[in-house]
Design a protein around this ligand. Structure first.
Ligand code: PLP
Length: 426
């Protein structure tokens, strides 16, 4: 559930009409709902409260410092994947001592920065990285703490580009090699490996892959414990799915918790989670305006002012985003967002952007209410991996980000200017 609803015949974000934001801020624009962000964060935190899990929001999914601040104020920790995300999270007021640092290719400079600000732990992806973190920590006289990322070899049943926990992926250490790795690096002087980490993919629509991964990880912890290793925490990563197509497509996090809590309670180690999409996915939309219409062969195109540089998920992941006019004709006012919703006066179109690529589309073969130049469209569930993956391709200034709170809104990132585009080249 989110706070993007049709009221008085038009789309509102909380108590602000989307059309008002489009008029005042321009399009394309990302619009976030503070109430939705908080709602989903609290859902996760409450669901796993019985085991006192640490929730580390995945900053890579949507990292605006104003959103991070909202989450930090709620007590949320952060999962960062680069020096830039670490910097951003600290700028937002996050406590580095609660941050987890992940990523398969950490540079020495990034490792030093992370050690100097005193992050909680590194999630470590390989033996080469173990040796390097130990060496880098020694060079500055510090001791690092880390969790070994294991590859549990489970099928998260998600897109090939976002499945990460199968044998042959670049992530983690194969689970059957984990004991040997713990044994080999038992006595490092400047790195203490005290946790286990896994992340099976994203978005994950099923419970069973998590259950399988947890059971495999726990069997491993038992074997490690028997060898005299003390495992202090198990980090289950992120990946919980959200509703892109209809209101019941994804399981509420409470369902995941129901299956996982019995496995995780009363253990001598802490549990951490790294959700990104679940917290921010439904908390953001992309507003875009219709520029032109045209046809080619039998295809109808609606050309809008947002493109793959603004939202790359459709073309990168074959992702589905629900699209609908913000001010539809009365029969097409929405009660629920459902991919099967038939418009009163509809047509099948491709919603495409202005970029010089055939892959530049937001929706394909989509039955939508008939639209005309100037109409405002909302692309829903765009909060996660939306702005975060946007670029300046075709020299398009990136869209602004707007945060709605009740009946007011604030620009939390201004629209880039042409001068911004060339500033670093002068
Ligand atoms: C991307 C990622 C996450 C967040 O995934 P979501 O689907 O946004 O919850 C968490 N952990 C790791 C290691 C990741 O790579």
């Amino acid at each position: 559930m989110d706070f993007f609803n049709y009221k008085n015949g038009e789309l509102y974000c909380e108590d602000v009409p989307a059309a008002r934001i489009a008029r005042e801020v321009g399009t394309p624009a990302y619009v976030y709902s503070k109430a939705t962000l908080l709602r989903h964060y609290r859902q996760v935190a409450d669901a796993f409260k019985p085991i006192d899990a640490t929730i580390c929001y995945s900053v890579k999914s949507c990292g605006n410092i104003n959103l991070l601040k909202v989450l930090a104020d709620e007590g949320c920790s952060f999962d960062v994947t680069s020096g830039g995300e670490l910097f951003r999270s600290i700028q937002a007021g996050g406590d580095p001592k609660k941050m987890i640092y992940a990523g398969v290719g950490k540079t020495d400079a990034e490792i030093i920065d992370a050690l100097n600000v005193g992050i909680a732990a590194f999630n470590i992806e390989s033996e080469a990285e173990i040796e390097n973190i130990d060496r880098v920590a020694a060079s500055i006289g510090k001791t690092a703490i880390g969790a070994l990322r294991i590859n549990p070899d489970v099928d998260a049943k998600t897109h090939a580009k976002t499945t990460t926990g199968r044998k042959g992926n670049k992530f983690g250490v194969d689970i059957d090699r984990a004991e040997a790795v713990f044994e080999k690096y038992r006595h490092l002087k400047h790195l203490r490996i005290a946790g286990l980490h896994l992340h099976i993919g994203s978005p994950v629509y099923e419970i069973q892959p998590y259950v399988d991964a947890v059971m495999k990880a726990q069997a491993l912890i038992d074997r490690l414990t028997a060898l005299g290793h003390k495992i202090e925490w198990l980090d289950l990563g992120g990946g919980f799915a959200v509703n892109y197509r209809n209101p019941t497509q994804a399981l509420p996090v409470t369902e995941h918790a129901k299956a996982l809590l019995p496995l995780l309670k009363d253990k001598p180690y802490k549990i951490a989670l790294e959700p990104g999409r679940y917290i921010v996915g439904n908390a953001g939309i992309l507003l875009t305006q219709v520029l032109y219409r045209k046809s080619s062969g039998s295809r109808q195109f609606v050309i809008v002012d947002a493109g793959m540089n603004d939202l790359i998920r459709p073309t990168l992941y074959d992702a589905y985003h629900f699209v609908w006019p913000a001010q539809p004709r009365p029969d097409d006012v929405l009660e629920t967002r459902d991919e099967d919703r038939k418009p009163a006066d509809g047509e099948v179109v491709d919603v495409v952007g202005p970029i010089c690529e055939s892959g530049d589309y937001l929706a394909k073969d989509r039955l939508l209410p008939r639209t005309a130049r100037g109409d405002l469209l909302a692309v829903f569930t765009a909060g996660a991996y939306g702005f975060a993956m946007s670029s300046n391709y075709n020299n398009r200034p990136r869209a602004p980000e707007v945060l709605v709170n009740g009946s007011s809104y604030r620009i939390i990132r201004r629209r880039e200017t042409y001068e911004d585009l060339v500033a670093l080249e002068r």
